[in-house]
Design a protein around this ligand. Structure first.
Ligand SMILES: Nc1nc2c(c(CN[C@H]3C=C[C@H](O)[C@@H]3O)cn2[C@@H]2O[C@H](COP(=O)(O)O)[C@@H](O)[C@H]2O)c(=O)[nH]1
Length: 417
């Protein structure tokens, strides 16, 4: 917020103040944005297509409106209606719900299957939603959510409680294996089980020894440090500083590149899960300060599903050599130029889509003489991920703009995404 100067101040003091204010006014940039720009240029493999960005921005802008897609859409996913009622007025940041979100984000990586498309790929059988107990085979990311919900609801295993899952005595490896068990007939187990167990022990230990044994305690400490006025980006930073297994960073050509996929999605999902009803005019319980969450400072979450839809929408262009690798199912090593290029270009691309959508948004609001509201890469990401899944299931196809043939997702085994 700009400050008004007093006319009695001398030029010298004014200059001094201006300098201070300029520093104060500096908008903190997300290191992921700079990192991505650097890695995008250095790798120079996947490219952002400017025409594709403009076309897709119009398309996404229209779709968001038509579908009334908002941060509250997150709750409408059949498995995101949590086993615990999160929205209690007595406990605005419900502990059990926060621990559920935290564990999901800690383990939100590497669900792609060597047997993609085959019925015996890894999947978890659980009810199709909270309101229907009809069994359904959940695959990919949803297999994680289904496993945890099944353990909580059907088996009374407190799997999302850090005090439980940090302890090898209360929660031995064999029990975790049981929680993630595949449906009968699957010939695969959950990928990277040992790494998932290691992540659970690490984050559980840190929450128990530093934050009273819950993500709620972690958020209370965040609010204390920032006098209740912390932003989403500051929370992301605290997550990456605290938990090594959220530190999604690589060194490339002599520079540290931060991608922070799971740290950002953790904050974004917490933001979305507790997003207040717009008609209630209440502030967000996690970001009650005057500046709010500043959610637009976060980037998209560089995974293996969103780049695929960005390419399909012709926002990203892949060179023939990369397409060949993808079609051959070649493994891309974590931190390799191809893998880094896919992730970095996705971040750069969504930032450009966001800028384009922001202009559309502003023009529209100006015409309607309404207040502006900011477009965020988080919401664009959520929308694109959901869209990618609908296109994959054959439920939706992209109309009205040119698309590229859907390429396979890239294959990298890593705990980062
Ligand atoms: N960029 C981004 N990546 C996301 C998600 C999500 C799920 N988020 C939920 C929250 C809001 C959304 O509306 C979703 O309901 C998972 N992933 C990543 O995808 C991959 C799994 O893919 P597949 O094997 O096909 O299920 C894997 O890397 C996983 O880490 C997201 O939102 N954004």
């Amino acid at each position: 917020m700009a400050q008004v100067t007093s006319p009695t101040e001398t030029d010298a003091s004014l200059n001094e103040k201006t300098e201070i204010w300029e520093t104060d006014l500096e908008v903190p940039t997300n290191p992921v944005v700079d990192s991505a720009e650097f890695a995008y240029e250095k790798t120079n493999i996947v490219r952002v297509n400017d025409v594709g960005v403009i076309m897709a921005a119009h398309h996404i802008h229209t779709k968001l409106r038509a579908e009334s897609y908002t941060p509250r859409t997150w709750r409408t996913h059949p498995l995101h209606i949590l086993p615990i009622e999160p929205y209690s007025p007595d406990e605005p940041l419900n502990k059990a719900c926060l621990d559920w979100i935290f564990l999901i984000s800690a383990l939100n990586f590497s669900f792609w299957s060597e047997k993609e498309g085959s019925p015996d790929r890894y999947g978890v059988l659980w009810q199709e939603s909270w309101v229907s107990s009809r069994p359904k085979l959940w695959t990919g990311y949803w297999s994680l959510v289904a496993s945890l919900n099944r353990a909580l609801q059907d088996e009374s295993i407190p799997i999302t409680d850090p005090q439980f899952y940090s302890s090898e005595t209360l929660c031995p490896d064999s029990l975790i294996e049981h929680v993630f068990r595949a449906a009968e007939g699957c010939s695969e187990a959950i990928p990277l089980l040992a790494e998932r167990i290691a992540v659970m022990r690490e984050v559980g230990f840190i929450l128990c020894h530093g934050f009273g044994g819950s993500f709620q305690g972690f958020l209370e400490e965040f609010q204390r440090r920032h006098n209740g006025n912390g932003t989403a980006l500051q929370l992301v930073q605290m997550v990456t500083e605290t938990f090594p297994s959220f530190r999604d960073e690589v060194f490339f050509e002599g520079r540290k590149v931060c991608l922070w996929k799971r740290a950002q999605i953790l904050v974004a999902e917490t933001w979305a899960a507790f997003y207040p009803d717009p008609s209630s005019s209440t502030t967000h319980p996690l970001f009650p300060g005057p500046s709010g969450p500043e959610i637009h400072q976060l980037t998209m979450f560089a995974d293996y599903r969103v780049p695929q839809i960005l390419h399909h929408l012709r926002i990203l262009s892949y060179p023939p050599s990369l397409l060949k690798l993808l079609h051959a199912g070649t493994m891309l090593a974590p931190g390799s130029p191809e893998e880094l290029s896919l992730r970095a270009a996705s971040i750069v691309a969504v930032e450009r889509v966001r800028a384009e959508m922001q202009s559309l948004h502003q023009a529209e609001f100006q015409n309607q003489n309404q207040q502006d509201s900011t477009v965020s890469s988080v919401l664009i990401d959520f929308f694109l991920w959901d869209l990618a899944k609908k296109v994959e299931r054959g439920e939706e196809s992209i109309d009205g703009i040119e698309t590229a043939d859907m390429a396979p997702t890239h294959r990298t085994r890593s705990i980062w995404y």
